[in-house]
Design a binder for this molecule. Structure first.
Ligand code: G6P
Length: 427
């Protein structure tokens, strides 16, 4: 069989060496012939691409690394397309993180008004990429890492014909964390995991048919008491579920807001410093492996999810992966077309979400409210519709009044002018 072509849009990302390491490690089961890295930033592309080529050479793998700024050339006839773009770069992220603070709302690149602004900038570009895939690689599978990953994937599945799956490293991170609490090997664990991207809970844990839910919950409470799990232990006991990290911005909003207001730098500014150091390392011709410094980025090990998923599809493994997919009734409390983050059976022919139980009332309202926010955000971005944008902010659980929603919208519109030309009427 002919080798696979992988296309990475946003290939100049500092995360790319991880993907390369993942494909090298899995080359026995995944016959990748060509990896095309596409980016609009030529300087980064050359630095990251240089390291990618050295990594492949050092491993002896027969994979060719191609670099291009031409998106269509990169996509043409690809088997898998990975998207990892950041529209507006880190400067726009810094604004997403800062701007909501003045309105008494936490600033975060994927949660609340920050995630909303990022979605409005990103969805039109992702739809353009999807149009290229429809034309030039209609059989390709698109793996989307671009944040906010759930909202972006919902836009792709609702408005294009592309076969897209949204991926995040939070599920794998949760699995590894719980496995380490229980002294188990992560590969042994099965999680009953439910929710949306960056709004998810583990409600059950098992290993080889043995129910470990009570032990896992007790461990979460103990870790929280020891200050190693960033939630109040009483909250975890009250919920009876293990929340994923991003729920901190909801359950402990006041503390998160106070911390953000106090800190001298935004996460975007810190990340820019880490990236500058990383790029210096990548440019060194003696470096031919993924540096440990990459562990300081939150998305470290995302390639484990990506490469394992591609292999599951290619080899028709029928494995269960936790991914962002069309709900199709799996969570009965949400619309069929909503994108949710849940376990799904992965086969060559497609990804089938596992049917779950209804959401417990303790989380149902939050999930439904955030999903309504996401649905309205997609509508706003696709139609350039200001009313939907305002409604999206209004229904978000972290936004508490109409005047706050209106103030946020005015500020977001102004700050993101360069990227919101689809809101022509509103600008
Ligand atoms: C986590 C999230 C990703 C996010 C990353 C941010 O891994 O799941 O969605 O992109 O953190 O990390 P950063 O280093 O950019 O703050």
């Amino acid at each position: 069989m002919a080798g696979l072509k992988i296309c990475v849009i946003g290939g100049g990302s500092v995360y790319t060496p991880e993907l390369i390491a993942g494909f090298i490690a899995k080359r026995e089961e995944l016959p990748v012939e060509e990896i095309v890295l596409m980016d609009i930033d030529v300087e980064r592309l050359n630095i990251v691409g240089g390291l990618a080529a050295r990594m492949v050479r050092a491993s002896g793998a027969e994979i060719s690394i191609e670099l291009t700024t031409d998106r269509q050339e990169a996509i043409a006839d690809a088997d898998y397309v990975v998207t990892q773009i950041r529209v507006g770069g880190m400067a726009a992220r810094a604004l997403d993180e800062k701007l909501p603070l003045a309105f008494g709302v936490v600033g975060q690149e994927t949660v609340g008004p920050g995630g909303f602004a990022k979605a409005l900038r990103t969805i039109p570009v992702m739809l353009d990429i999807a149009r290229d895939i429809e034309r030039l690689a209609p059989h390709a599978l698109l793996l989307n890492f671009t944040n906010p990953a759930g909202i972006v994937t919902e836009a792709l599945l609702k408005h294009t014909k592309v076969n897209a799956i949204g991926l995040c490293n939070v599920p794998i991170g949760m699995k590894n964390m719980i496995a380490s609490w229980l002294g188990k090997d992560s590969a042994q664990l099965t999680l009953d995991y439910v929710g949306l991207n960056h709004l998810s809970w583990v409600r059950g844990v098992s290993a080889s048919g043995q129910d470990l839910s009570a032990q896992a919950l007790a461990a979460a409470v103990a870790e929280a008491k020891a200050g190693r799990f960033p939630f109040s232990p009483e909250l975890v006991e009250t919920l009876g579920l293990i929340p994923s990290y991003y729920l901190r911005y909801y359950y402990h909003h006041d503390e998160a807001l106070a911390e953000a207001k106090k800190s001298e730098k935004t996460r975007a500014e810190i990340v820019q410093e880490i990236d500058a150091e990383l790029l210096k390392l990548y440019a060194d011709p003696k470096v031919a492996e993924r540096p440990d410094l990459l562990n300081r980025r939150g998305g470290a090990y995302y390639s484990v999810a990506a490469v394992a998923l591609i292999s599951a599809v290619h080899n028709d493994k029928g494995e269960v992966h936790i991914v962002n997919v069309r709900n199709n009734g799996a969570i009965p409390d949400l619309p069929d077309e909503a994108v949710v983050e849940i376990p799904a059976v992965v086969k060559r022919g497609g990804v089938q979400p596992l049917r779950g139980n209804p959401l417990p009332p303790s989380v149902r309202g939050l999930v439904q409210a955030v999903k309504a926010h996401e649905e309205l955000t997609v509508k706003a971005a696709v139609e350039g519709d200001e009313r939907s944008a305002l409604q999206a902010l209004l229904v978000h659980p972290l936004v508490s009044s109409f005047s706050q929603a209106r103030g946020l919208w005015q500020a977001i519109k102004e700050a993101n002018k360069a990227h919101l030309s689809h809101f022509a009427k509103a600008l």
